[in-house]
Design a protein around this ligand. Structure first.
Ligand code: HMG
Ligand code: MG
Length: 308
């Protein structure tokens, strides 16, 4: 039985933009978030409080959080790799805080070192006080597990390794885990096997999928996840995205494509597809290239035909 409703966490403003080489103006990031809100996005990963030396594109994190016109019913999240990141996110007035913070670890030692400059064990020790302090501040804590379906440095990642990190995150009080296919190599049965390991430690509502679409498998992987009852997914407007420490990986699965599939399956997400396509077209214009979303390109093409 497929779920009747799905929650999409819009990661375009963070995962989508972090990898862009050209600087994107803060005002454009905020305008994107406004348009996403108008298109029905209710969970938005807005930015990350990471080192600006590592990811310069996210250096305006506080300015973005300060400028978003908050909309009732929308929850905002930000990535924080350590206490310094959490403290920076909470240095603003409370009205500018996120509702959720994301600690991001990896199921692969090699990727952990490249992405956050520490081992898996060390990352968990960094996350422990972050989780405690975020909870004390009333925030939810999500844990992203990169390379759960393959690593750009190490190749295959054993299921036991993924489950070990799920268990470690659970032990430090992380409320929700996201299984991330950082390089998009995962295929449906493997995705199910990984999710089943996560579901041994977390309830259905607290396990999500984050699928990059490098090998064109992301929609199939979401379909396979739905078949297990998983109903929370990260998606990115216009299919933007990538990690600076996973070269060659393409963007996340496009929000427009996922909404198209789910609407066709009669599964509600609360999105307005036409407004989403507009939001994707907006940020694509800013970046100077067409949206990667196949559904968006088809729908924009149809609009042009009707207008002609
Ligand atoms: P480090 O160099 O080991 O950290 O970096 P450090 O504690 O030794 O500090 C070094 C310098 O960074 C110091 O500054 C700190 O103050 C500063 P200096 O004294 O040299 O001037 N610093 C910070 N500045 C701002 N905010 C902070 C912060 N922390 C330290 N939070 C660190 C360790 C984790 C900070 C670094 O490796 C980093 O920022 N990495 C981020 C990498 C990243 O953002 N990757 C992309 C996001 S993850 C992703 O995309 C995957 C995901 O989508 C899921 C998937 O697809 O797999 C989530
Ligand atoms: Mg990602």
């Amino acid at each position: 039985m497929f779920p009747s409703e799905v929650t999409l966490v819009e990661v375009g403003p963070r995962d989508g933009l972090q990898n862009e080489a050209q600087p994107v103006a803060t005002a454009d990031k905020v305008e994107l978030i406004v348009r996403l809100q108008q298109a029905g996005c209710r969970e938005i990963e807005a930015t990350s409080f990471v080192s600006p030396k590592w990811v310069p594109q996210m250096a305006d994190n506080a300015a973005v959080m300060a400028a978003i016109p908050r909309q009732a019913g929308v929850r905002y999240s930000v990535l924080v790799p350590n206490m310094k990141g959490l403290e920076a996110a909470l240095a603003a007035p409370r009205a500018q805080w996120p509702q959720e913070v994301v600690v991001f670890g990896a199921a692969s030692e090699a990727f952990s070192q490249k992405n956050i400059n520490c081992s898996i064990e060390e990352s968990i020790e960094r996350f422990r006080p972050v989780a405690a302090a975020a909870h004390a501040a009333g925030l939810k804590v999500r844990g992203a597990i990169s390379c759960a379906l393959g690593c750009p440095y190490q190749g295959e990642v054993p299921l036991d390794e993924v489950e070990r990190v799920v268990r470690l995150m659970h032990a430090i009080g992380v409320d929700h885990v996201g299984v991330a296919d950082t390089i998009g190599t995962g295929t449906p049965r493997r995705v199910q096997a990984v999710l089943e390991r996560a579901l041994k430690h977390y309830p259905l509502a607290e396990v999500s999928g984050h699928f990059h679409d490098t090998y064109g498998q992301a929609l199939a992987n979401i379909h396979a996840s739905l078949a297990l009852g998983v109903h929370v997914f990260d998606t990115s407007i216009a299919g933007l995205g990538g990690c600076p420490y996973a070269k060659g990986a393409t963007g996340n699965v496009a929000t427009e494509d996922v909404v198209y599939m789910l609407q066709g399956m009669g599964i509600a997400t609360g999105h307005d597809q036409a407004a989403l396509v507009d939001a994707g077209a907006y940020i694509s214009r800013v970046l100077g290239r067409p949206p990667a979303s196949r559904a968006a390109r088809a729908l924009l093409g149809r609009r042009e035909q009707v207008a002609a």
